[in-house]
Write a protein that binds this ligand. Structure first.
Ligand code: PA5
Length: 447
């Protein structure tokens, strides 16, 4: 089976062989805890078997709903925040024509996002757009009570009911939420929206292979079966062994923890494909929320090269030496574009005339790798054969599995996020939410 590979040859000079050997046993133990479901957060391990446990009837209904959306809507508004939207956006942006919105291509709806921020300007602009377009809505929230998507849904629901009438609006709204709890669950039941369940044992940031990711991805016109197949293949490799030489996810988890213990506390995930920008955002959430707790954790940052070589590249080359870099190198572009020759050669670029643009991009990548290693930035290379549904499925599962192992190696629970409550409490107090009277008084004194 072809698979994603991890190259650590440009890390070894920084850590030495001995260290990796010693670490293997620790990673084995983390893998064992995960597989035996005996580690921290073991009630949130439903994601491990998702690619082989998908309910076929649900998937069929989901594809039918995706078709209905495509038939009635030019736009699908995906309302959700964090794990309830980043996975879908990561895959859709990776696969979409970057100019799809302007290219006027018919067939599948454009996907736009709401409820992942509280900006009045952003949501006003969205309302203006929705005045002019036919649309449907996928509202996604596991808890069904998260403020940002709930506020956005209130706005969009009022809009869609006014535009189409309540009966038709109900046919255009799709709800993805918890099996039994939450305001969204109740509302979906009362209004009769087509609804999907997020399994209890799958946390938000591990939920892209549930309807959370699958419905928007299918509605955007992409092949969810191939995505699941890629994840299933990576699962087979990942669950089989904790041996870093045989399991790329174990290798990645191990090496990043060794680097962390060697004072490399920031990981920069880099890509040379702008279409992967949101994949990096998804990865940032996955690792940031899973590992950043108990006053520890690798800080996940992201860059898109070559553009960020002209900004963050300077810091990476010569700033504080606390960084390591992980690069996703895509082996095969989907298109071919050859650089033309020019008789006058005023720009001096005839030395690359006749070459494909991807070759220039590759040389930029190889050159940067050596430059950063020379600048004391260890480099992990993840080779992705291509950007398509299958390989993205492998990559998603690879990162999820590695994140779980890595969190265990760090000694934290990779499946909770207690820290995100702090801002909510203060926001509710400042907004005078009933029940927050005491906090409200206290926080106002501190403004
Ligand atoms: O990974 C997580 O659990 C979080 O990022 C959630 O996905 C995010 O907070 C949204 O929560 P909910 O789906 O309950 O609205």
């Amino acid at each position: 089976m072809n698979r994603i590979t991890v190259d650590i040859s440009k890390v070894e000079p920084f850590i030495g062989d001995k260290c990796l050997g010693r670490f293997q046993e620790e990673i084995h133990n983390c893998h064992k805890s995960l597989m035996e479901r005996s580690g921290k957060g073991n009630d949130f391990l439903g994601w491990i078997d998702l690619p082989v446990n998908i309910d076929k009837a649900m998937l069929l209904r989901l594809k039918e709903d995706a078709l209905k959306i495509a038939q009635c809507a030019e736009i699908l508004v995906v309302i959700g925040i964090g794990g309830s939207y980043l996975g879908a956006r990561a895959v859709i942006d990776a696969l979409n024509n970057p100019f799809a919105a302007l290219a006027n291509e018919k067939g599948h709806p454009q996907i736009v996002y709401a409820g992942e921020n509280l900006s009045e300007d952003y949501h006003s602009a969205l309302m203006d757009l929705l005045d002019k377009k036919d649309y449907a809505v996928a509202v996604i929230s596991k808890s069904g009570t998260t403020t940002e998507p709930a506020v956005a849904f209130r706005l969009v629901r009022a809009h869609i009911e006014k535009k189409y009438g309540r009966k038709e609006a109900c046919k255009r709204i799709f709800a993805i939420t918890d099996a039994s709890r939450g305001a969204l669950k109740m509302l979906a039941g009362t209004e009769g929206y087509s609804s999907y369940i997020i399994p209890d044992d799958v946390g938000g940031r591990y939920s892209v292979l549930t309807p959370v990711g699958l419905l928007p991805i299918a509605a955007a016109g992409f092949d969810v079966d191939r995505l699941i197949a890629g994840a299933a293949d990576m699962r087979e490799i990942a669950i089989s062994t904790g041996d870093c030489e045989k399991n790329p996810a174990a290798m990645y988890a191990g090496i990043r923890n060794i680097l962390y213990r060697n004072n490399k506390i920031i990981e920069v995930l880099a890509t040379y494909e702008p279409s992967l920008q949101y994949f990096i955002e998804w990865w940032k959430q996955l690792y940031g929320e899973s590992e950043g707790k108990e006053q520890k954790g690798i800080f996940p940052a992201g860059v898109t090269f070559t553009t960020d070589l002209h900004s963050m590249g300077q810091y990476m080359q010569e700033g504080l030496r606390v960084i390591f870099e992980t690069v996703i190198m895509v082996e095969k572009p989907r298109h071919s574009l050859v650089i033309p020759g020019d008789d006058e050669n005023l720009d001096g670029l005839n030395f690359i005339a006749g070459k494909r643009l991807s070759e220039v991009n590759l040389m930029a990548g190889l050159g940067t790798r050596i430059a950063h290693v020379d600048g004391q930035v260890p480099n992990i290379k993840i080779s992705l054969p291509a950007i398509d549904e299958y390989w993205l499925g492998q990559l998603i599962y690879f990162f999820e599995f590695a994140c779980a192992i890595s969190g265990y190696a760090l000694g934290v629970n990779p499946f909770d996020q207690p820290g995100v409550e702090a801002y909510k409490k203060n926001m509710f107090a400042l907004l005078d939410k009933p029940g927050f009277e005491k906090e409200s008084e206290e926080i106002r004194k501190r403004l």
